[in-house]
Ligand binder design. Sequence first.
Ligand code: ATP
Length: 362
Amino acid sequence: MARQVAVEAKGATKIFGTGEEAVHALDNVSVAIRENEFFTLLGPSGCGKTTLLRLIAGFELPSAGDILLAGESVVHLPPYQRPVNTVFQSYALFPHMTVAQNIAFGLEMRGISKAETAARVEEMLALVRLGKLGGRKPSQLSGGQQQRVALARALANHPKLLLLDEPLSALDLKLRKEMQIELKRIQLDTGITFIFVTHDQEEALTMSDRIAVMSHGKILQIGTPTEIYEHPTSRFVADFIGETNLIDVALGARSNGQMGLKLPGGREIAVPLPQGVALGDKGTVAIRPERTSLTRDADRQLAGKIENIVYFGTDTSYFVTLADGKTFHVRVQNREGARMGFDKGEEVGIRFATDAAQLLRD
Ligand code: ATP
């Protein structure tokens, strides 16, 4: 059964300032986020992620367009009347209160009884696995533990929607990885819709049910991590998520939903014709380094000279200069026996399966 839509932005636009100073922070953004979904807004600094989050929370009003929660417009509702909580990068805990008092604060403000509040605090401490630390002050906790308290506090009144604005960016790498797994578990345990903001593509890929990739106030692509990674539709998305080779190609004959692509060096391959786009006679394909390999056989799609070799332990990267002077990145796993002993300066062929070549729309 299709899940209900939890929150929807319809043509959401936000312009800060006026005249020459005007900044189009969000430009006609439409997206529907489903109940129980872990949804991530991903994009570089300044692309409008936080602005979209603030419109959903009610901290900002849209300049145009609408925000709907469970099908109802909420733009006229102040933040505290929306069933939405936010976790910020700075945890914003009250330093003079204990962990338990921090978690209880919002519940008491809402007039929830002492007994119910105590039960919820216990429930939340267990959920974020801080069972015995309810009596400590925030200053007596590690960064990761403080982050858990902030989460517990935001979840204590059982919101329909939790917004998380780069909540893990203050943590060191190891802790961040642990918290990524924890956040995903907490989302699954509670069934609450999470909207997570990050500029870290790996974080987005590992945690999300779906990702919206943003650039310059617009959403460029929405999809599952696999769709976004395997089938980017634009140069920006292909380049922003993971590593990729962007190859200029001449577009050839089209028939039976297939299109011929002429690669640098002259070889031709056929790829599925993208739907609904007008294509000229030139295009770009994106090919992930790990979907390619080196060969000394004549059966090859591209050819070039190995410029550099970088060993990574689990795999090795070869940087190959192609006929058109561009560098192509080939990444192969160092499985036993897989090392072919290619050398720097050697002329080699590059091989990849046709479905590794993703023709971009723009
Ligand atoms: P970051 O990852 O750096 O937080 P972001 O993707 O969240 O970036 P936003 O904070 O949404 O981006 O900002 C989008 C654009 O709007 C930026 O150019 C920013 O400078 C501008 N902007 C945001 N808030 C305001 C404001 N209150 N007044 C003027 N300009 C603003």
